[in-house]
Design a binder for this molecule. Structure first.
Ligand SMILES: [Zn+2]
Ligand SMILES: [Zn+2]
Length: 387
Protein backbone atom coordinates (compact mmCIF):
# COMPACT_ATOMS: atom_id res chain seq x y z
CA UNK A 1 0.00 0.00 0.00
CA UNK A 2 1.32 3.45 -0.86
CA UNK A 3 1.43 5.84 2.05
CA UNK A 4 0.32 9.37 1.52
CA UNK A 5 0.86 11.31 4.70
CA UNK A 6 -0.45 14.39 3.03
CA UNK A 7 -3.94 13.09 2.61
CA UNK A 8 -5.61 15.27 5.17
CA UNK A 9 -4.43 18.49 3.59
CA UNK A 10 -5.07 17.46 0.02
CA UNK A 11 -7.92 18.94 -1.97
CA UNK A 12 -9.03 16.05 -4.10
CA UNK A 13 -10.75 16.16 -7.45
CA UNK A 14 -11.85 12.60 -6.93
CA UNK A 15 -15.01 11.59 -8.81
CA UNK A 16 -16.46 9.85 -5.71
CA UNK A 17 -16.57 13.28 -4.22
CA UNK A 18 -18.58 14.82 -6.97
CA UNK A 19 -20.91 11.90 -7.13
CA UNK A 20 -21.25 11.00 -3.53
CA UNK A 21 -20.11 13.43 -1.00
CA UNK A 22 -20.47 17.08 -1.89
CA UNK A 23 -19.04 19.49 0.64
CA UNK A 24 -19.05 19.35 4.43
CA UNK A 25 -20.70 22.65 5.04
CA UNK A 26 -19.80 24.49 8.15
CA UNK A 27 -23.55 24.50 8.88
CA UNK A 28 -23.55 20.77 9.52
CA UNK A 29 -20.36 20.77 11.53
CA UNK A 30 -21.51 23.77 13.52
CA UNK A 31 -24.82 22.20 14.22
CA UNK A 32 -23.14 18.94 15.23
CA UNK A 33 -20.78 20.64 17.60
CA UNK A 34 -23.31 23.12 18.99
CA UNK A 35 -24.43 22.35 22.51
CA UNK A 36 -27.70 20.56 22.14
CA UNK A 37 -30.26 19.68 24.82
CA UNK A 38 -31.29 16.10 24.46
CA UNK A 39 -34.32 14.96 26.33
CA UNK A 40 -33.37 12.53 29.04
CA UNK A 41 -33.57 9.24 27.23
CA UNK A 42 -30.99 6.51 27.04
CA UNK A 43 -29.48 5.68 23.69
CA UNK A 44 -30.71 2.45 22.27
CA UNK A 45 -30.45 0.09 19.37
CA UNK A 46 -33.62 -0.45 17.37
CA UNK A 47 -34.47 -3.61 15.53
CA UNK A 48 -34.07 -3.18 11.78
CA UNK A 49 -37.37 -3.78 9.95
CA UNK A 50 -35.52 -5.19 6.91
CA UNK A 51 -32.94 -7.57 8.37
CA UNK A 52 -34.10 -7.85 12.00
CA UNK A 53 -30.60 -7.07 13.23
CA UNK A 54 -29.16 -4.09 15.10
CA UNK A 55 -28.28 -1.86 12.13
CA UNK A 56 -30.57 1.01 13.20
CA UNK A 57 -29.52 3.38 15.97
CA UNK A 58 -31.04 6.53 17.45
CA UNK A 59 -30.17 9.98 16.10
CA UNK A 60 -28.23 10.62 19.30
CA UNK A 61 -25.99 7.59 18.78
CA UNK A 62 -25.40 8.39 15.10
CA UNK A 63 -24.55 12.01 15.82
CA UNK A 64 -22.07 11.00 18.52
CA UNK A 65 -19.94 9.48 15.72
CA UNK A 66 -19.86 12.70 13.66
CA UNK A 67 -17.89 14.31 12.19
CA UNK A 68 -14.92 12.00 12.95
CA UNK A 69 -16.41 8.74 11.69
CA UNK A 70 -14.80 8.94 8.21
CA UNK A 71 -11.60 10.69 9.27
CA UNK A 72 -8.27 8.80 9.14
CA UNK A 73 -6.17 8.05 12.22
CA UNK A 74 -2.46 8.93 12.23
CA UNK A 75 -1.61 5.50 10.82
CA UNK A 76 -4.24 5.45 8.05
CA UNK A 77 -2.93 5.73 4.51
CA UNK A 78 -4.63 6.61 1.24
CA UNK A 79 -3.92 5.50 -2.30
CA UNK A 80 -5.80 7.66 -4.80
CA UNK A 81 -6.83 5.56 -7.80
CA UNK A 82 -7.98 6.61 -11.26
CA UNK A 83 -11.70 5.71 -11.39
CA UNK A 84 -11.75 5.84 -15.19
CA UNK A 85 -9.13 3.09 -15.53
CA UNK A 86 -9.03 -0.60 -14.58
CA UNK A 87 -6.75 -1.66 -11.72
CA UNK A 88 -3.22 -2.29 -12.96
CA UNK A 89 -2.91 -5.48 -10.90
CA UNK A 90 -5.20 -7.59 -8.74
CA UNK A 91 -4.03 -6.23 -5.41
CA UNK A 92 -5.64 -4.03 -2.80
CA UNK A 93 -4.70 -2.72 0.63
CA UNK A 94 -6.25 -3.96 3.87
CA UNK A 95 -7.81 -1.92 6.66
CA UNK A 96 -5.64 0.06 9.10
CA UNK A 97 -5.33 -1.15 12.71
CA UNK A 98 -8.01 1.48 13.56
CA UNK A 99 -10.44 -0.52 11.42
CA UNK A 100 -10.85 2.00 8.59
CA UNK A 101 -9.83 1.75 4.95
CA UNK A 102 -9.67 4.46 2.31
CA UNK A 103 -12.66 4.30 -0.08
CA UNK A 104 -10.49 3.78 -3.19
CA UNK A 105 -8.88 0.71 -1.58
CA UNK A 106 -12.35 -0.68 -0.76
CA UNK A 107 -13.32 -0.14 -4.41
CA UNK A 108 -10.14 -1.90 -5.55
CA UNK A 109 -11.12 -4.86 -3.33
CA UNK A 110 -14.65 -4.97 -4.82
CA UNK A 111 -13.28 -4.59 -8.38
CA UNK A 112 -10.98 -7.60 -7.85
CA UNK A 113 -13.87 -9.76 -6.58
CA UNK A 114 -16.23 -8.64 -9.35
CA UNK A 115 -13.66 -9.33 -12.10
CA UNK A 116 -12.77 -12.71 -10.60
CA UNK A 117 -16.47 -13.61 -10.51
CA UNK A 118 -17.05 -12.43 -14.07
CA UNK A 119 -19.39 -9.53 -13.19
CA UNK A 120 -16.82 -7.11 -14.65
CA UNK A 121 -14.38 -7.41 -17.55
CA UNK A 122 -10.70 -6.98 -16.68
CA UNK A 123 -10.79 -3.85 -18.85
CA UNK A 124 -13.67 -2.28 -16.86
CA UNK A 125 -12.76 0.94 -15.06
CA UNK A 126 -12.86 1.07 -11.26
CA UNK A 127 -15.99 3.24 -11.43
CA UNK A 128 -17.86 0.34 -13.10
CA UNK A 129 -18.05 -1.32 -9.66
CA UNK A 130 -20.97 0.98 -8.87
CA UNK A 131 -22.05 3.96 -6.77
CA UNK A 132 -21.07 4.19 -3.12
CA UNK A 133 -23.63 5.37 -0.57
CA UNK A 134 -22.04 5.84 2.80
CA UNK A 135 -23.71 5.43 6.17
CA UNK A 136 -24.34 7.80 7.75
CA UNK A 137 -24.41 10.07 4.68
CA UNK A 138 -23.59 13.72 5.13
CA UNK A 139 -21.93 16.31 2.94
CA UNK A 140 -18.16 16.02 3.30
CA UNK A 141 -15.21 17.67 1.65
CA UNK A 142 -12.80 14.72 1.38
CA UNK A 143 -13.22 11.11 0.28
CA UNK A 144 -13.96 8.99 3.36
CA UNK A 145 -11.96 6.40 5.27
CA UNK A 146 -14.60 3.73 5.76
CA UNK A 147 -15.18 1.81 8.99
CA UNK A 148 -17.00 -1.53 9.05
CA UNK A 149 -20.53 -1.67 7.65
CA UNK A 150 -20.51 1.91 6.43
CA UNK A 151 -21.15 1.41 2.70
CA UNK A 152 -24.15 0.39 0.59
CA UNK A 153 -23.06 -0.42 -2.95
CA UNK A 154 -25.48 0.31 -5.81
CA UNK A 155 -24.31 -1.53 -8.90
CA UNK A 156 -26.03 -2.20 -12.23
CA UNK A 157 -23.55 -5.03 -12.92
CA UNK A 158 -23.42 -7.13 -9.78
CA UNK A 159 -25.02 -10.60 -9.65
CA UNK A 160 -26.40 -12.32 -6.55
CA UNK A 161 -23.63 -14.92 -6.10
CA UNK A 162 -21.01 -12.20 -6.38
CA UNK A 163 -22.95 -9.91 -3.98
CA UNK A 164 -22.86 -12.68 -1.38
CA UNK A 165 -19.09 -12.99 -1.75
CA UNK A 166 -18.69 -9.21 -1.54
CA UNK A 167 -20.65 -9.06 1.73
CA UNK A 168 -18.60 -11.92 3.20
CA UNK A 169 -15.22 -10.55 2.18
CA UNK A 170 -15.47 -6.75 2.23
CA UNK A 171 -16.03 -5.68 5.85
CA UNK A 172 -16.94 -2.07 4.99
CA UNK A 173 -20.06 -3.21 3.11
CA UNK A 174 -23.52 -3.10 4.73
CA UNK A 175 -25.47 -4.09 1.67
CA UNK A 176 -25.23 -4.75 -2.06
CA UNK A 177 -28.07 -3.53 -4.29
CA UNK A 178 -28.52 -4.12 -8.00
CA UNK A 179 -29.58 -0.76 -9.40
CA UNK A 180 -31.23 0.05 -12.71
CA UNK A 181 -31.50 2.95 -15.07
CA UNK A 182 -34.59 4.37 -13.30
CA UNK A 183 -35.57 6.04 -10.05
CA UNK A 184 -36.99 3.50 -7.57
CA UNK A 185 -40.48 4.16 -6.23
CA UNK A 186 -43.44 6.02 -7.68
CA UNK A 187 -42.79 7.56 -11.10
CA UNK A 188 -46.40 7.98 -12.27
CA UNK A 189 -48.18 10.94 -10.64
CA UNK A 190 -51.54 9.30 -11.28
CA UNK A 191 -50.43 6.27 -9.24
CA UNK A 192 -51.69 3.79 -11.81
CA UNK A 193 -48.51 1.88 -12.63
CA UNK A 194 -46.66 -0.52 -10.36
CA UNK A 195 -43.49 1.20 -9.13
CA UNK A 196 -40.15 -0.38 -9.91
CA UNK A 197 -37.51 -0.87 -7.25
CA UNK A 198 -33.89 -1.97 -7.08
CA UNK A 199 -32.93 -5.44 -5.77
CA UNK A 200 -31.26 -5.94 -2.43
CA UNK A 201 -28.94 -8.87 -3.24
CA UNK A 202 -26.99 -9.31 0.01
CA UNK A 203 -26.67 -7.73 3.45
CA UNK A 204 -28.98 -4.88 4.44
CA UNK A 205 -29.56 -1.63 2.57
CA UNK A 206 -31.00 0.38 5.44
CA UNK A 207 -28.89 3.50 5.92
CA UNK A 208 -29.25 7.09 7.12
CA UNK A 209 -28.58 10.57 5.81
CA UNK A 210 -27.92 13.46 8.18
CA UNK A 211 -29.38 16.92 7.58
CA UNK A 212 -28.40 20.04 9.50
CA UNK A 213 -31.02 22.06 11.34
CA UNK A 214 -30.55 24.96 13.71
CA UNK A 215 -32.05 22.73 16.42
CA UNK A 216 -29.58 19.90 15.76
CA UNK A 217 -29.02 17.47 12.86
CA UNK A 218 -31.87 15.25 11.68
CA UNK A 219 -31.09 11.58 11.04
CA UNK A 220 -33.23 10.12 8.26
CA UNK A 221 -33.21 6.36 7.73
CA UNK A 222 -34.42 4.66 4.55
CA UNK A 223 -34.26 1.36 2.71
CA UNK A 224 -32.09 2.41 -0.18
CA UNK A 225 -33.35 -0.02 -2.83
CA UNK A 226 -36.90 1.37 -2.51
CA UNK A 227 -36.49 5.15 -2.51
CA UNK A 228 -34.71 7.73 -4.60
CA UNK A 229 -31.15 8.67 -3.76
CA UNK A 230 -30.95 11.93 -1.88
CA UNK A 231 -27.38 13.19 -1.64
CA UNK A 232 -27.11 15.60 1.25
CA UNK A 233 -25.69 18.64 -0.49
CA UNK A 234 -24.19 21.78 0.86
CA UNK A 235 -26.66 24.58 1.39
CA UNK A 236 -29.67 22.26 1.91
CA UNK A 237 -32.06 24.58 0.02
CA UNK A 238 -35.23 22.57 0.76
CA UNK A 239 -34.61 22.69 4.50
CA UNK A 240 -33.89 26.40 4.27
CA UNK A 241 -37.23 26.86 2.48
CA UNK A 242 -38.98 25.02 5.33
CA UNK A 243 -37.19 27.17 7.93
CA UNK A 244 -38.36 30.29 6.13
CA UNK A 245 -41.97 29.18 5.91
CA UNK A 246 -42.16 27.83 9.46
CA UNK A 247 -40.69 31.04 10.89
CA UNK A 248 -40.17 32.05 14.51
CA UNK A 249 -42.32 31.53 16.48
CA UNK A 250 -43.28 28.45 14.49
CA UNK A 251 -46.56 28.36 12.57
CA UNK A 252 -49.23 26.21 14.26
CA UNK A 253 -49.75 23.65 11.49
CA UNK A 254 -47.48 22.21 8.76
CA UNK A 255 -48.19 19.64 6.03
CA UNK A 256 -45.50 17.75 4.10
CA UNK A 257 -47.80 16.45 1.37
CA UNK A 258 -45.30 14.34 -0.64
CA UNK A 259 -42.97 13.61 2.23
CA UNK A 260 -40.57 10.92 0.98
CA UNK A 261 -38.96 9.49 4.12
CA UNK A 262 -40.13 12.57 6.06
CA UNK A 263 -37.21 15.01 5.98
CA UNK A 264 -39.17 18.25 5.56
CA UNK A 265 -42.07 17.31 7.85
CA UNK A 266 -39.68 16.24 10.59
CA UNK A 267 -37.64 19.40 10.08
CA UNK A 268 -40.82 21.44 10.68
CA UNK A 269 -41.60 19.37 13.80
CA UNK A 270 -38.08 19.95 15.12
CA UNK A 271 -38.57 23.69 14.58
CA UNK A 272 -41.45 23.46 17.03
CA UNK A 273 -44.59 23.23 14.86
CA UNK A 274 -47.22 21.70 17.20
CA UNK A 275 -49.27 19.96 14.47
CA UNK A 276 -47.57 18.25 11.53
CA UNK A 277 -49.06 15.97 8.87
CA UNK A 278 -46.78 13.93 6.61
CA UNK A 279 -48.01 11.93 3.64
CA UNK A 280 -46.66 9.82 0.80
CA UNK A 281 -48.43 7.39 -1.54
CA UNK A 282 -45.45 4.98 -1.58
CA UNK A 283 -45.40 2.51 1.31
CA UNK A 284 -41.64 2.63 1.84
CA UNK A 285 -41.71 6.43 2.14
CA UNK A 286 -44.68 6.48 4.51
CA UNK A 287 -43.22 3.70 6.66
CA UNK A 288 -39.79 5.32 7.01
CA UNK A 289 -41.41 8.68 7.79
CA UNK A 290 -43.09 7.01 10.75
CA UNK A 291 -39.91 5.18 11.71
CA UNK A 292 -37.84 8.38 11.50
CA UNK A 293 -40.16 9.93 14.09
CA UNK A 294 -38.91 7.32 16.52
CA UNK A 295 -35.28 7.79 15.43
CA UNK A 296 -35.44 11.54 16.06
CA UNK A 297 -37.87 11.54 18.97
CA UNK A 298 -35.36 13.16 21.30
CA UNK A 299 -35.94 16.43 19.45
CA UNK A 300 -39.71 16.28 19.80
CA UNK A 301 -42.21 16.82 22.59
CA UNK A 302 -43.96 13.49 22.45
CA UNK A 303 -45.26 11.09 25.05
CA UNK A 304 -45.97 8.31 22.66
CA UNK A 305 -45.57 7.29 19.01
CA UNK A 306 -48.12 4.81 17.75
CA UNK A 307 -47.23 3.04 14.50
CA UNK A 308 -50.26 1.23 13.11
CA UNK A 309 -48.72 -0.81 10.33
CA UNK A 310 -45.72 -3.09 10.01
CA UNK A 311 -43.40 -2.87 7.02
CA UNK A 312 -44.34 -6.34 5.77
CA UNK A 313 -48.05 -5.56 5.89
CA UNK A 314 -47.60 -2.29 4.03
CA UNK A 315 -45.92 -4.14 1.15
CA UNK A 316 -49.35 -5.59 0.43
CA UNK A 317 -50.58 -2.09 -0.49
CA UNK A 318 -47.45 -0.53 -1.97
CA UNK A 319 -49.32 2.42 -3.48
CA UNK A 320 -52.33 3.94 -1.70
CA UNK A 321 -54.80 6.49 -3.02
CA UNK A 322 -57.27 6.84 -0.13
CA UNK A 323 -55.11 8.00 2.80
CA UNK A 324 -54.31 5.30 5.39
CA UNK A 325 -53.07 6.44 8.80
CA UNK A 326 -49.66 4.87 9.43
CA UNK A 327 -48.59 6.66 12.61
CA UNK A 328 -49.80 9.19 15.14
CA UNK A 329 -48.08 10.79 18.12
CA UNK A 330 -49.46 11.83 21.49
CA UNK A 331 -48.09 14.68 23.58
CA UNK A 332 -47.51 18.40 23.15
CA UNK A 333 -46.76 17.83 19.49
CA UNK A 334 -49.19 15.93 17.29
CA UNK A 335 -47.64 14.38 14.21
CA UNK A 336 -49.69 12.24 11.85
CA UNK A 337 -48.27 10.10 9.04
CA UNK A 338 -50.43 8.90 6.14
CA UNK A 339 -49.96 6.76 3.08
CA UNK A 340 -52.11 8.16 0.29
CA UNK A 341 -52.59 10.41 -2.72
CA UNK A 342 -51.94 13.99 -1.58
CA UNK A 343 -54.87 15.10 -3.76
CA UNK A 344 -57.22 13.17 -1.45
CA UNK A 345 -55.66 14.33 1.82
CA UNK A 346 -58.20 17.14 2.25
CA UNK A 347 -60.71 14.47 3.24
CA UNK A 348 -58.89 13.56 6.44
CA UNK A 349 -56.83 16.62 7.34
CA UNK A 350 -57.29 18.22 10.77
CA UNK A 351 -59.07 21.59 10.53
CA UNK A 352 -56.97 24.74 10.45
CA UNK A 353 -54.92 26.89 8.13
CA UNK A 354 -51.70 25.01 7.38
CA UNK A 355 -48.42 25.83 5.71
CA UNK A 356 -48.00 23.11 3.07
CA UNK A 357 -44.80 21.93 1.40
CA UNK A 358 -45.57 20.31 -1.96
CA UNK A 359 -42.30 18.56 -2.83
CA UNK A 360 -43.56 17.11 -6.10
CA UNK A 361 -41.63 14.56 -8.12
CA UNK A 362 -41.82 16.48 -11.38
CA UNK A 363 -41.14 20.18 -10.99
CA UNK A 364 -40.59 20.95 -14.67
CA UNK A 365 -44.12 21.66 -15.83
CA UNK A 366 -44.75 25.15 -14.48
CA UNK A 367 -48.38 25.25 -15.65
CA UNK A 368 -49.20 21.94 -13.99
CA UNK A 369 -47.54 23.10 -10.77
CA UNK A 370 -49.61 26.28 -10.72
CA UNK A 371 -52.79 24.27 -11.22
CA UNK A 372 -51.85 21.88 -8.39
CA UNK A 373 -51.11 24.75 -6.01
CA UNK A 374 -54.36 26.50 -6.92
CA UNK A 375 -56.29 23.30 -6.37
CA UNK A 376 -54.63 22.74 -2.99
CA UNK A 377 -55.43 26.28 -1.87
CA UNK A 378 -59.06 25.89 -2.89
CA UNK A 379 -59.49 22.59 -0.99
CA UNK A 380 -57.19 23.01 2.01
CA UNK A 381 -56.35 26.71 2.25
CA UNK A 382 -53.39 28.26 4.03
CA UNK A 383 -49.98 28.90 2.52
CA UNK A 384 -48.48 26.51 -0.09
CA UNK A 385 -44.90 26.38 -1.31
CA UNK A 386 -42.81 24.15 -3.57
CA UNK A 387 -39.44 23.62 -1.87
ZN1 LIG B 1 -30.92 -3.98 8.58
ZN1 LIG C 1 -6.27 4.22 10.82
Amino acid sequence: MIHDNDVRSRISTDPWLERDAGIIRSTLLNSVSQPFQWHATTSKVMKCPVCGMDCVRSAKDILATLPAIFEPCDDCSARFLDKRAPLSDLTYGVACSCGKRFIDEVFAHMWVIMTEQGDLEKTAPLAAVGSPLIHPGFAMERPPFLPEKSLVLLSPRVTKPCAEILIREVPELRGVVRSGNFVPGIADPDLNTVPRVYDLLAGCDVRADVFPLTTGPLVMYKQQSLVHIEFPRGGYPKIQAVEQHVGKPAVPYFIDACCGVGTLGLAAACMGVPLVVMNDAWYASAFWSAYNLEINREYLHLNKIRIFEQYDDMQKHPVAKDPIKVAQTEGDQVIEVYQGDYRLLYRILPAGSPVTALDLFDKNDRQALDAIQKDWKARVGGDVFIP
